[in-house]
Design a protein around this ligand. Structure first.
Ligand code: 5AD
Ligand code: SF4
Length: 466
């Protein structure tokens, strides 16, 4: 059963809202600032946190120094992300000194680990509270308790699944044409390198009806591109499975595209591939992390598939939709990875010819099985492998993007680049395109004639007719 955003939460929200309203009447506006690290799931969590903050009567500010409440939404997937977050928290010290009444909270995956909570308790005494991802709905309670008492609060939860998918969150979405919709939380896969099952708990899927209502509402508001999110969307399960959920969404009226991530290769069913190939409202992009091209390493990673299975899924996807853009995640330097194992990864990348890969240096995560494995790989070897793999993929990206030169393609405009007068947008296949235009085009589809392409983007001009 999923819990509803309940009366008690609303009660805390109303009390804080009243306090903030009274302050505004005497000329003091309350501001909140939130900085987000990490994956799309974290971005989606921050949209909920912002929704809660706005409901409580806070106004949002981009300037941490102006805030009355300062939040950092952290990531724990790699050590680098944690160190970056801790260094930002370190920088908050001078803000607290200058403004002792400010509330500082750290949330996200980093704060779902006991050793990090201890570290924050002892090394960052000016942090007022921590709040792990399964507990976001308790933010109003934390703020209320902190505004009315001095004790620091470290809200962790051993029983994350007790808090099923919370429904009814207010969401302050970043954009008005692209949206994230979380369809499930947590992960059951325990890939041996990954911290996520420990920080986000076991899988819990939202009810299909709640998801359909959220998507319907987005379409009615004019959203054109909607991404369903989950650590492993293919194992979505409620009164229907993931393929059926996609079909039901595609039956909704409206001009929109639906995407999803992340898919686990072991769970991509033939039914899903069939629906993916048939439904025109599903974007022609499939993100399918392979992680390694060596069967031995895949086994050690606890991935439950081998390269033959992966390659056959890729074939089926390309048969179902020859225009599919395929992307992947790959880890280099997993414990005991030999030069031969790594060469197999390079071979797989050359064979599949992905449209894009996200490459990561293996990062040891405390308490995961891989962290205890002997034969951890030297950092210099890991870096060399990363550089070689990136070079191989760069050449493939250039070749693949050059195919678009002199062609006209549909692009959804996202933003003005730092380079004024140059817009950036994404194709249906999720490729980045830059073109001249003004801000009124943000959120609109345009047809762009591609003049030039490199490994990372395409560059062109808007045309009126295709
Ligand atoms: N080290 C390096 N990369 C990791 N990922 C997950 N855990 C680790 C780790 N410990 C990568 C995987 C995953 C992506 C989101 O992050 O490739 O697909
Ligand atoms: Fe981590 Fe594997 Fe779950 Fe992805 S599927 S979140 S890599 S454990």
């Amino acid at each position: 059963m999923n819990i509803q955003y309940d009366e008690q939460i609303s009660d805390y929200i109303n009390r804080i809202k009243q306090r903030n309203a009274e302050n505004e009447q005497s000329g003091k506006i309350s501001y909140a600032h939130i900085l987000t690290f990490g994956c799309q799931q974290n971005e989606a969590d921050s949209e909920k946190i912002r929704g809660l903050l706005l409901q409580m009567g806070y106004r949002l500010t981009d300037t941490p120094e102006n805030a009355d409440i300062l939040l950092l939404n952290t990531c724990a997937v790699r050590e680098h992300a944690e160190l970056k977050a801790l260094s930002v928290v370190g920088g908050y010290k001078h803000i607290k000194t200058a403004k002792p009444d400010i509330l500082i909270g750290v949330c996200g995956c980093m704060t779902a680990q006991e050793h990090r909570i201890d570290e924050i308790k002892h090394r960052y005494p000016y942090v007022d509270f921590t709040l792990e991802p399964s507990q976001i709905h308790r933010l109003p309670e934390l703020i209320y308790r902190k505004l009315n008492g001095k004790r620091r609060i470290f809200l962790s939860c051993d029983d994350k699944e007790a808090y099923r998918a919370v429904e009814g969150f207010p969401i302050d979405r970043e954009l008005s044409h692209r949206a994230w919709v979380s369809i499930m939380y947590g992960c059951n896969n325990f890939c041996s390198y990954c911290i996520v099952p420990y920080t986000r708990g076991r899988e819990r899927s939202r009810n299909s009806e709640d998801i359909l209502n959220e998507v319907k509402d987005l379409i009615a508001k004019g959203y054109k591109d909607i991404t369903l999110l989950g650590q492993n969307v293919n194992s979505y399960k409620s009164d229907c499975d993931f393929a059926e959920l996609l079909e039901r969404i595609c039956e909704l009226d409206g001009d929109f595209l639906i995407r999803f991530m992340t898919s686990h290769p072991k769970d991509v069913s033939d039914k899903l591939i069939e629906v993916f190939g048939r439904e025109k409202k599903i974007a022609p992009h499939f993100h399918l992390p392979v992680q390694s091209g060596s069967d031995r390493i895949l086994k050690l990673m606890n991935r439950h598939y081998d390269t033959a299975h992966y390659l056959s899924t890729v074939d089926k996807l390309r048969k179902a939709n020859p225009n599919v853009s395929l992307t992947s995640d790959i880890i280099v330097g997993f414990p005991s990875e030999t030069d031969e194992d790594f060469e197999k990864t390079v071979e797989l990348v050359e064979k599949v010819r992905f449209d894009m890969i996200y490459t990561f240096i293996y990062s040891k995560r405390k308490f995961t099985p891989a962290a205890k494995m002997e034969e951890q790989i030297d950092e210099s070897v890991k870096s060399k492998r990363l550089a070689r793999l990136s070079d191989v993929q760069e050449s493939i990206c250039i070749e693949k993007n050059k195919i678009y030169e002199d062609k006209t393609i549909r692009v959804l405009t996202d933003a003005m680049s730092r380079n004024q007068g140059i817009l950036s947008g994404r194709t249906d296949t999720n490729k980045l395109v830059h073109y001249e235009g003004d801000e009124s085009l943000i959120g609109q589809y345009v047809n762009v004639h591609i003049d030039r392409a490199d490994a990372y983007a395409m560059y062109g001009k808007i045309v009126l007719d295709k």
